[in-house]
Design a protein around this ligand. Structure first.
Ligand code: NAD
Length: 478
């Protein structure tokens, strides 16, 4: 049994959860604690008690702990990648790549702990001057989704710790194994008791305590828009409003113009929409394609999909693993039905596949003749289901791309510098890509969206400092 970490102790829980391998539902990956509201309460108290000393700790100490944890993650990336792929269903190279990314994030943030920021400025009154410094926020609640079970927690927890905050971490229920491994490594790397606490369990129960607790100063959340809205209400509804960073869903467009390099466009489309089983917030689930290249593009994407194999996440010949669980598979299938009822045509896939292990295998689905107002073109599905919508020209394609409540990522495939630069300026999204898949992002660059996809300061890289610190302005008269 893998237990929760509260105040430096691995605590016996009242209950436990089994996580199931989506590639083979007969297999239990492990047995994990299922904490309750009392555990969350104790974890907040432990994080609060540990805060003053950690906030005052030397940057060198914080650097060394994060750097040690990064080294262990990297050294164990094959083993942990296998564990991650077993509980989430992404392929082994994707799982190993995610663990390596988490290690790189920890190493980057170890460096950030040593980057001491501050300004000294003259005041406006004679003899007055001012220092502008950054201080830690306090206790941060980290609430994570299941689709990047080690990278997302790493890119929230590492800056929180680097800048002197203490943390209560609540992972998604489906993926406790990756979360537990990350916390275990950070704990053994030398974090003082109470600086990082782990409470696995239900979202509404554990997450609910974190979002409404007066001793939690900030919430960093990644997940769906409806959960984000509930969290926002809890964070502002209590006696003290909390700082919030909410990274939510997307319905990300990829525009393909007549002048695009067809091979590049097909690779961007297939990688962006279907790899990681389409379960990425930055997946390009809407292809908006101009008339002159439309038929060639659809033919080439279908041809590319014919060569893609869906199967057990740990098999070497698998390109796309299973869907994460039964509920998500049912969601994907219901949208495939909705697409057919709306009059779109399925050009490829959409069938549940039988393999030699019982898992949630779905053939990637490509819809064509999709109108921009159809539900499959507007609502986040979060599975390997993509739609192709025709556009007359760049202007119409841009209008369709921006006509959405979401604003996470947007891409274009074109060889025209003029269209590429107009797109970079006018696409309504936090992340814009030219001739690249919308998914696949660098860890030193800011990450986040606009519109309903995002609320609060950016994640990742040097920009994370804006969320995890409070700016103080101190005036002195001589
Ligand atoms: P989800 O919203 O169901 O859950 C996310 C987390 O919130 C989980 O840990 C869950 O237990 C917790 N939670 C649920 N109810 C809660 C409540 N009332 N109070 C506090 N916490 C609560 O999302 P999911 O299904 O785990 O992940 C898929 C979603 O995440 C998709 O919409 C996807 O687009 C989004 N996502 C966004 C990004 C991004 O950076 N923008 C990245 C990855 C995933």
């Amino acid at each position: 049994m893998h237990r929760n970490l509260i105040g430096g102790e691995w605590c016996e829980p009242a209950d436990a959860i089994r996580n199931i391998n989506p590639s083979d539902t007969r297999e239990t990956v492990g047995l994990y604690a299922r904490g309750d509201a009392a555990d969350a309460q104790r974890a907040v108290e432990a994080a609060r008690a540990a805060f003053p000393a950690w906030a005052d700790s030397s940057p060198q100490l914080r650097h060394d702990i994060l750097a040690r944890a990064a080294q262990e993650l990297l050294a164990r990336k094959e083993e942990l990648g296998r564990l991650l792929s077993s509980e989430e269903g992404k392929t082994l190279p994707e799982g190993i790549g995610e663990v390596a990314r988490a290690a790189n994030v920890l190493a980057f943030m170890a460096g950030e702990a040593l980057r001491i920021r501050g300004d000294r400025l003259p005041g406006l009154q004679p003899g007055s001057d001012a220092e502008v410094t950054r201080e830690p926020l306090g206790v941060v609640g980290v609430i994570a989704p299941w689709n990047f079970p080690i990278a997302i927690p790493a890119w929230k927890i590492a800056p929180a710790l680097a800048y002197g905050n203490t943390v209560v971490f609540k992972p998604a229920e489906l993926v406790p194994a990756s979360a537990w491994a990350l916390v275990d490594i950070l704990h053994r790397a030398g974090l003082p008791d109470g600086v990082l606490n782990l409470v696995m369990g239900s979202g509404s129960q554990i997450g609910g305590v974190l979002c409404s607790h007066p001793q939690v100063d900030a919430i960093s959340f990644t997940g769906s828009v409806p959960t984000g809205r509930r969290i926002a209400a809890d964070c502002v509804g209590g006696p003290r409003m909390k700082r919030m960073q909410l990274e939510m869903g997307g319905k990300n467009p990829l525009i393909v113009l007549d002048d695009a390099d067809l091979d590049v466009a097909v690779e961007c489309a297939v990688q962006g929409a279907f790899f990681s089983t389409g379960q990425r917030c930055t997946a390009s689930s809407r292809f908006i394609v101009t008339d002159g290249i439309h038929d060639r593009f659809v033919r080439a994407v279908v041809q590319r999909l014919e060569a893609v194999s869906v199967g057990h996440a740990l098999r070497a010949d698998t390109h796309i693993g299973p869907v994460v669980d039964r509920k998500q598979l049912d969601t994907d299938l219901s949208y495939i039905d909705i697409g057919k009822q709306e009059g779109a045509r399925l050009a490829w896939g959409g069938e549940v596949l039988e393999r030699d292990t019982p898992g949630f295998y779905l053939q990637p689905a490509l819809f064509v003749d999709v109108g921009p107002s159809m539900r499959i073109a507007r609502e986040e599905i979060f599975g390997p289901v993509a739609s192709v919508t025709r556009a007359r020209d760049f202007d119409e394609a841009l209008h369709i791309a921006n006509d959405t409540e979401f604003g996470l990522a947007a891409g274009i495939c074109t060889t025209s510098l003029r269209h590429a630069s107009r797109f970079k300026r006018q696409a309504q999204a936090g992340i814009v890509k030219v001739n690249q898949a919308t998914s696949g992002l660098d860890y030193h660059l800011p990450f986040g969206g606009s519109k309903a996809s995002s609320y609060g300061p950016r994640e990742q890289g040097q920009y994370a400092v804006d969320f995890y610190t409070v700016v103080k302005t101190a005036y002195t008269s001589a």
